[in-house]
Design a protein around this ligand. Structure first.
Ligand SMILES: NC(=O)c1ccc[n+]([C@@H]2O[C@H](COP(=O)([O-])OP(=O)(O)OC[C@H]3O[C@@H](n4cnc5c(N)ncnc54)[C@H](O)[C@@H]3O)[C@@H](O)[C@H]2O)c1
Length: 258
């Protein structure tokens, strides 16, 4: 098997597929031979994202509007993927939001509940409906964060939601192991994208450049990740390269969590 064939024949669905890590992962999966269904909130953003995936075969990329907090929309997106491509091998539960930065004693309840709805209920619904459809030997990958393993002051909603995903993957991994399906979480550190830069400016209160440097000073590798580096881990977990990894929490964070 050559490196270019790692996902040949596999079908993947990706929530948050119009976003930075989701789209980079779609590109990387398609480059390895997969067919992908992109799910996100906005039809226009999905259309633009799908057009930049760069599939040699345009039929290898589909997209559907899907709010991951809505069970019927998630169920319909899973059905649509199987109808379109004939099977499902990989689900990447990746949609997420950050909330605001505030101490626990001031954290707005409505924001806390919204972060939990998107990050936790959303991943649960993708797991619930995708695991029922994923073929034996398949893979569910859930995007947590460095702060699903550690935390910082001010991020109660985000860190709580990302820690909760570890409970989800550990439980699901045991439930589907008899079908040879693997369930793992990835824990990216700061990625060089808009999602992260907005958090940094809010947390540090300086210019985007200064705020980014403040974050980098805490990272042993002293830089942000490119979205493509996170996508490389997603492709590895989607592939059959090491089918003995399940229930694992895999950090790709430049050493931030050590
Ligand atoms: N950027 C980072 O540094 C970083 C680090 C660790 C973890 N993460 C996580 O990676 C994931 C992807 O983030 P990103 O950096 O690509 O940011 P992004 O904002 O580019 O992508 C997130 C995507 O999720 C979509 N989304 C939001 N709510 C949704 C909903 N209810 N239903 C469906 N889609 C929804 C957004 O429209 C967006 O396209 C998130 O779960 C985030 O928490 C990001």
């Amino acid at each position: 098997m050559t490196m270019a064939e790692r996902l040949t024949g596999k079908v993947a669905l990706i929530s948050g597929g119009a976003g930075s890590i989701g789209l980079a992962s779609a590109r990387a999966m398609v480059a390895e031979g997969a067919r992908v269904m992109l799910l996100d909130l906005d039809a226009g953003a999905l259309e633009r994202a799908a057009a930049t995936v760069g599939a040699p075969d345009p039929d290898a990329v589909a997209h559907q509007v899907c709010d991951v907090t809505d069970e019927e929309q998630v169920a319909s997106a899973v059905r649509a993927t199987v109808e379109r491509f004939g099977r499902l091998d990989v689900a990447f539960a990746n949609a997420g939001i950050a909330g605001v930065i505030a101490p626990v004693v001031e954290y707005p309840l409505d924001v806390f509940e919204r972060v939990m709805a998107v990050n936790v209920t959303g991943a649960f619904l993708i797991a619930k409906h995708a695991l029922a459809a994923i073929a034996p030997g398949g893979s569910l990958i859930v995007t947590s964060s460095t702060v699903g393993l550690t935390s910082e002051a001010g991020i109660a909603a985000y860190a709580t939601s990302k820690h909760a995903l570890v409970g989800l993957i550990r439980t699901a991994a045991k439930e589907v192991a008899d079908r040879g399906i693997r369930v793992n979480s990835i824990h990216p550190g700061p990625v060089d994208n808009e999602f992260q830069h907005a958090i940094e400016v809010e947390a540090v209160g300086a210019s985007p450049e200064e705020s980014a440097r403040a974050f980098e000073s805490k990272i042993p590798l002293a830089r942000h990740a490119a979205p493509e580096e996170i996508a490389a881990l997603v492709v590895f977990l989607a592939s059959d390269e090491c089918p003995f990894i399940t229930g694992a929490t895999l950090a790709a964070d430049g050493g931030l969590s050590i």
